[in-house]
Design a protein around this ligand. Structure first.
Ligand SMILES: Cc1cc2nc3c(=O)[nH]c(=O)nc-3n(C[C@H](O)[C@H](O)[C@H](O)COP(=O)(O)O)c2cc1C
Length: 452
């Protein structure tokens, strides 16, 4: 049994759902990307089901793809900016955590610190920052550069940016703002701490022009599988979205990251690792399979081919072939994803259309489909194997598959004592059981081992 005893659940919201054809499903909201009422409803649905947090992915560009494919897609084409959207959602919810993705490559740390501290105040302690480093060139091209920073460079910048942001969040002690109208003292100058950060990368004087956040620091969230990614997670992450497809891989990652935390003086319990799970729950297995097959049939062949092209690293121009031709001979390659796709095509004698549909449907994530008992069994098996602290639920289409998960799987998990039936706390840190950090100028906190 996992020492935590209860699972933590994050609701991962691609606007219309995780599946590439989700927007065409009749139980999805086709215009979700720019429909605020849709977001209000799905935030309330997840809160009613007692999810720990909802999570908004983001990128600073429209996804790069051939126009004929992207004009038939929905993900990362055009959608709301997460911080403004989360601020709106803070006003129509009261418990659920609100996690937004913000890149350290394309935002100044002062902006990041300010926005998340504000969101934490606006939401009364429910803000979380998904720290991403942005690897797409299309993003760089919106910020005066031709290419994204290199992989290692991105992570080094991110580490410094996070340290700086934590410093800004400690600009004011918790009780700095005395607001004494009688004496006329607004804040206690002894409780203000200017940052005076000066390195080659960043020069930031401070203090932050927002009081200390209700959570001390908004929750730090991350996802990263590389060595640099894992080390950055070990330093800072309090929640991780991980992409593993089976228990042994998930367990190896879990143990690796949690043991890396020890060298920074961090308690492994203070980081919740939540593997992504794309779900379709229907009352019976047959209905779930049929729903998935239907969703698969909605993948436009040009979109499937484009996703296939991306995964095959454009080694061959698939647009030159007929979609219903057998998959062409292409050069061998020892890369993991590439090799497994090519061998699947050869083994099963798939056409370009069929192979495109296959890879686009799963999008390299675990797709789990079945009855509520089947899905709860699957989740329980992972949880009991101590390879995760809960899950990032990625409904295949939204709101339909989210509603199904909340009305069928959540009650089953609750019946098994695996998930809360009521919120016990008001803040995101409270839900996750991750303590509120003290101000660095007052006492050591649980990041002191990283910040020293
Ligand atoms: C579940 C999940 C969600 C992610 N969401 C985003 C996102 O919204 N925006 C983004 O730029 N990157 C996102 N990423 C990518 C990660 O930030 C990271 O770049 C990626 O996992 C590769 O990390 P690595 O280079 O350390 O292996 C996500 C990754 C995962 C697994």
């Amino acid at each position: 049994m996992n020492p935590d005893k209860k699972m933590r659940l994050a609701a991962y919201y691609n606007p219309t759902g995780h599946h590439v054809a989700s927007w065409r499903h009749p139980r999805a909201q086709a215009d979700a990307s720019f429909n605020i009422q849709h977001y209000v409803e799905i935030a309330r649905t997840a809160e009613k089901a007692k999810f720990d947090l909802l999570f908004l992915a983001d990128a600073n560009a429209t996804r790069e793809a051939a126009v004929e494919a992207i004009s038939r897609s929905v993900q990362f084409v055009a959608h709301f900016e997460p911080m403004t959207l989360l601020s709106a959602l803070a006003m129509v919810t009261s418990k659920i955590g609100l996690v937004g993705t913000v890149s350290t490559s394309w935002n100044e740390p002062y902006h990041i610190a300010r926005k998340f501290a504000s969101l934490d105040h606006i939401s009364n302690g429910r803000a979380g920052w998904n720290i991403v480093t942005s690897g797409q060139n299309a993003e760089a091209q919106n910020f005066g550069k031709d290419k994204a920073y290199g992989h290692h460079d991105r992570y080094m910048r991110a580490r410094e940016a996070v340290k700086l942001v934590l410093g800004l969040w400690d600009s004011w002690e918790d009780d700095a703002f005395v607001i004494d109208t009688k004496s006329g003292l607004y804040y206690d100058p002894a409780k203000r701490h200017d940052l005076n950060w000066s390195t080659e990368l960043y020069k930031v004087k401070g203090p932050l022009n927002v009081p200390r956040a209700p959570q001390g620091y908004p929750l730090l969230v991350q996802a990263g599988g590389s060595d640099d990614g894992r080390e950055t997670a070990a330093m800072f992450a309090e929640t991780i979205f991980s992409p593993h497809l089976n228990i042994p891989e998930a367990k190896a990652y879990y143990e690796d990251v949690k043991s890396r935390m020890l060298k920074y003086g961090r308690d492994p319990q203070h980081c919740k690792i939540l593997p992504g799970l794309a779900v379709i729950c229907r009352p019976t297995q047959e209905e779930a399979d049929a729903d998935y097959e239907y969703l698969q049939s909605l993948i436009h062949p040009i979109v499937g081919r484009e996703m296939l092209n991306t995964m095959l690293e454009y080694k061959i121009d698939l647009t030159k072939y007929d979609l219903d031709e057998p998959f062409p001979e292409i050069p061998d390659h020892d890369g993991g994803h590439y090799a497994s796709i090519v061998s699947m095509a050869r083994r099963e004698k798939l056409t370009i259309r069929q192979l495109g549909q296959r890879v686009a449907g799963a999008r390299a994530k675990n797709v789990i489909k079945g009855s509520p008992t089947f899905i709860a069994d699957y989740m329980q098996e992972w949880f009991d194997a101590e390879c995760c602290d809960g899950f990032t639920i990625m409904p295949a289409y939204i709101p339909g598959a989210l509603d199904d998960f909340c009305s069928m799987v959540v009650p089953e998990l609750q019946r098994r004592g695996l998930f809360r039936t009521e919120y016990e706390h008001d803040t995101l840190r409270g839900h996750l059981g991750v303590p509120r950090p003290a101000n660095q100028h007052v006492a050591r906190n649980h990041f002191s081992g990283v910040l020293d």
